[in-house]
Design a protein. Structure first.
Length: 306
């Protein structure tokens, strides 16, 4: 794994990014957009598998995450979602320069899926396909309330304040279905060892500030808008994958809603797969082998690689 740094669009931080290069010819590029309260290197096992198949994989740590955070874990500055999108675009530009003309794919997980959806709405013609993983859909009314509460609390305590109330409002119901609830993160994976690894990782589960939540709710609002679906190129192949027991996707209902929104918008090459009994992190669940095979099949098929 190669590590690089480049200036963030916020003008303050340096973005930390990881690149996994194939030993031989690069036949495709895959850019990963990681989720909330995690970091790029968590995808190393998957990325190494892809690199062994000739796929160059890259991923940056968002503002407030991983090696980019510089102590500001969970915080986005004002207009944070737009700054993260710019940092994502900068990495796209840099890896394209490594292998010009090679088919390029993008994959976003969880919060990263929301960034991915907005990114392809704006820049989808640059890619040969998109994998949307662990996604969901939130209505305008719910988002309005969430943003209002966050703005009020942030106004009182400051954008850098971490509010347990907002966290509970956003994620409090995620673990209710899963017993025994030893950690509060059982909703992430059916595999207990993977849940324990997440809990033990100091670069995971650190909580969001009011500014972080404003950025999160901001990107959800944008990617769930009608214009985001309508602006996504009709010819862009999209593969939506999720655990059937993922609360982020409302146990499949929200995931299917996203699928139907893209279908209504006229996206031609659109597919959906829900993995039975799998939870939020399908690459860290019992279905991981199957999910990896499906993703590689999608990439090689759309890149016309045998």
């Amino acid at each position: 794994m190669e590590e690089i740094y480049y200036p963030s669009a916020d003008g303050v931080h340096n973005v930390h990014a990881c690149i996994w290069r194939p030993r031989g010819e690069i036949i495709a590029i895959l850019q990963i957009i990681h989720g909330m309260e995690e970091y790029a290197a968590r995808y190393s096992k998957f990325a190494q598998m892809a690199a062994e198949r000739g796929v160059l994989v890259c991923a940056e740590d968002h503002l407030g995450h991983g090696g980019t955070a510089d102590g500001d874990f969970g915080h986005f500055p004002k207009d944070g979602e737009e700054l993260v999108l710019k940092d994502i675009a900068e990495l796209t530009s840099r890896v394209r320069a490594i292998a010009p003309g090679v088919p390029c794919f993008v994959m976003g997980h969880s919060m990263g899926s929301f960034f991915c959806r907005e990114y392809i709405a704006r820049n989808g013609r640059e890619f040969s396909g998109a994998i949307i993983m662990g996604t969901g859909f939130t209505g305008a009314g719910t988002l309005f309330f969430a943003r209002l509460v966050t703005k009020i609390i942030g106004g009182i305590y400051g954008r850098e304040h971490k509010s347990k109330f907002i966290s509970k409002l956003a994620f409090g119901a995620y673990n209710v279905k899963f017993k025994p609830a030893r950690t509060g993160y059982e909703w992430l994976s059916k595999n207990e060892q993977n849940v324990k690894a997440y809990v033990a990782d100091e670069k995971c589960g650190f909580g969001f500030t009011c500014g972080g939540f404003m950025g999160l709710f901001g990107i959800i609002k944008k990617c769930c808008s009608k214009s985001a679906f309508d602006c996504t190129p009709k010819e862009l192949p999209i593969f939506i994958v999720s655990g059937a027991d993922d609360p982020v996707g409302a146990y499949g209902k929200g995931v299917k809603k996203v699928y139907n929104k893209y279908r209504a918008a006229g996206v031609n090459d659109l597919s959906l797969k829900l993995y039975n009994e799998a939870r939020h992190e399908i690459l860290n669940d019992d279905c991981a082998e199957e999910a990896c095979a499906d993703i590689f099949s999608f990439i090689f098929g759309r890149a016309q690689i045998k």
